[in-house]
Design a protein. Sequence first.
Length: 417
Amino acid sequence: MAIVLLSAWIGLRYQRSKNQQGFLSLLSWVSLLGMMLGIAALIVVLSVMNGFQSEIKQRILFVIPHVIISGDKPIDDYPALKQHLLQYDEITAVSPWVGGDAMIASSNQLLAVTLNGINIDAEKRITNLPNILTAGNLQAFNDQPFGIILGSGLAYQLGVQVGQKITVTFPKMLVTPFGIKPRTKQFVVMGVFEAGADVDATDAFIRLSDAQKLSGIKGQVEALRVNTQDIFDVNTLYRSLQKDPLIQDRQLSIATWEMSRSELFSAIKMEKVMVMLMLTLIIAVAAFNLISMMSMMVSQKRNDIAVLRMMGMQPFTVLRLFLVQGLSLAMISLVFGCFIGVFLAWYLADLIAAIEQLFGFYIFDPNVFYITGLPSELQWNDVLYVIVLTLVLSTLFILYPAYRATKIKPIEALQYQ
């Protein structure tokens, strides 16, 4: 124990020494600042990536269900299936759905759309549609035959407003005395919603009864939209539903919101990993400077090491001595870097808002971007990753010069002093 304390005391004494060469002292400060900024940047960027991911999830879940249960053919007697599903503790609401891909056209534009035929009373318990309407109201939509609610992106591209008519073409064929043609119907725009996500440019809602007429099915639905207690724990419910005898007998398939949006969230996850790797390189480069600094330190303290060895200090104690000195510098960088990073991650949104207000410009133009602020969500597992990464890299880069210090031969070092 005494030997350990001696190594720590001498190592810290070297670190505080005022007799260090000017260049060596400068190199120490450069290493410290570089690692500190790298640590702070990594924490802040990871928090921003977490914030964007969380924001996108919440906005998308405004208008999509947590779980969708569907089959290869329309579902008969869906009220009984609905009551059966509501027996699960995890399920809070179930809403029938009819729809699919369709084309909508105004006087000057034709667009592809995902058409959602919904029961508005049931849908209120599934999505947040009532609270994201920017024009129109749900009661008028519910009372209007062949009314439609468009995403804000769709309404903008079509150039239509509430009260105007558009043409909806469903890909299912209709057999008439004049031949086969697609099902086409004029709809009145009864509302516009804005979730602040990609669904604004892809989704539209119509009444369930109108969707059934357009699809040519009566008393049937194509899917049931399910809301759960915990949107981030749908996999538990997914596994339970897969084993449900009634769902198996009807040969129904189950898809969670994570599955339906897997490409989007996989891309976000991949971006986070790539950004993490790039910023890790910044910390690695800053930590790499420790090799140069510690090598110069070993060279400068060559005579001191020789004297300590002549007095009986063991090589392993010399190794610990320089590890303490190098890691003390790394710990200073780590503590201040984490403090700055955590502080910025917590108050980043407020700081950005203050800068925008002070200088009169937007970092994210609300006319261009769905997310107008800079969301930040600090996760302590990211901070732990940064701490472990810094300590591992620092230890690895300090080991070599510390090991070289143990190979100094006292007689040779003192012979040429």
